[in-house]
Ligand binder design. Structure first.
Ligand code: NDP
Length: 292
């Protein structure tokens, strides 16, 4: 296989976590504050339990306080909203994350909107969504922030690049497009109704694939030398019937044409929690400067 540089998300995420740990130490020394992240899990979804465990572990490893709230699957919306109100008031908690999906009796939108925007480290509150699209300072969704860090690891200046984002979800596609606009890219957002997707993708100096379809983006869709960031996480059956994870990009093909590419796993995935920790420190800094 020829030349694409493989963007090592694991190593870059570790670097982000090291810099977060240094910031935490400075905050503790200078302001006497230890940033705290509260993670709320409702129910026993096994994948969510793994995510929450990883988040708590990495939070503590970065020197922050981790508050885990594990609630029964039968928890009422009113009880969850009461917990959010308590966390909003707590001075030990600077970031609040409610693990999605939530059980059917709970309106996820209502819960996300109840989080104090200053503590909304997932960046999903309408106030933060609005600030991002208005180009104001805000807490930014973690996976999109991770994508931009990965792209900048190979090309620190993204200004003027043609960026093609495939996918328009509220958690990845739209916010990553906003962030790239902020970096002065010329941004195209493609989706399931886009005409001649291969031709649109071929315009991209930077391609972000956030679709959820294994290997959909083929090698001959990629402009030679482009940076390819693959957000997709798809579980497929590998050799011998064993499950394995693949991205939205046909990796082997694309790596022959691209200038740089993220692998799956080990690309965007590890960046999400690292950016969550980064957001928690920014939130703590902002809250501390307001009160103290
Ligand atoms: P959604 O299902 O919410 O959105 C998928 C998007 O892809 C939609 O906008 C959809 O278009 C578009 N799409 C679907 N089919 C096609 C097609 N054939 N051609 C062009 N566009 C298409 O997914 P998410 O944004 O939540 O996630 C995308 C992927 O990223 C998933 O694999 C997910 O697992 C992964 N992911 C990884 C994360 C991480 O690394 N930490 C975090 C979040 C997600 P339309 O709007 O028209 O339906």
């Amino acid at each position: 296989m020829a030349g694409a540089k493989v963007i090592d998300g694991k190593a870059i995420a570790a670097e982000v976590r090291r810099s977060v740990a240094a910031d935490v130490e400075t905050m503790r020394r200078e302001a006497g504050v230890t940033p705290g992240l509260a993670v709320v899990l409702v129910g026993e979804d096994p994948a969510s339990q793994v995510y929450v465990r990883n988040k708590a572990h990495q939070t503590v490893e970065a020197g922050m306080r981790s508050f885990e709230h594990k609630l029964a699957a039968s928890t009422s919306e009113a009880d969850l909203l009461k917990l959010i109100a308590d966390l909003n008031r707590s001075t030990d908690v600077h970031g609040i994350l409610v693990q999605l999906p939530l059980p059917g009796q709970i309106d996820a939108r209502k819960v996300l909107e109840a989080i104090d925007p200053a503590k909304d480290v997932d960046g999903f509150h309408p106030v933060n969504v609005g600030r991002l699209s208005a180009g104001e300072r805000s807490l930014v969704p973690c996976t999109p922030a991770g994508c931009v860090i990965l792209a900048k690891s190979v090309q620190p200046e993204l200004k003027g690049l043609e960026a093609v984002v495939i996918g328009r979800s509220n958690i990845v596609g739209k916010p990553v497009a906003q962030l790239l606009l902020r970096e002065d890219c010329t941004v195209t957002i493609a989706h399931s109704r886009t005409r001649d997707l291969p031709a649109v993708v071929r315009r991209g100096d930077l391609v972000i694939a956030a679709v959820g379809r294994p290997g959909m983006v083929r090698g001959d869709w990629i402009k030679p030398g482009a940076i390819v960031i693959d957000v997709g996480i798809n579980r497929v059956e590998g050799p011998g019937g064993k499950a394995r994870l693949v991205g939205d990009v046909a990796y082997e093909e694309a790596a022959r044409i691209a200038g740089a590419i993220t692998p799956v796993p080990g690309g965007v995935g590890p960046m999400t929690i690292a950016c969550l920790l980064k957001n928690t420190v920014s939130a703590a800094r902002e809250q501390t400067s307001r009160t103290g």
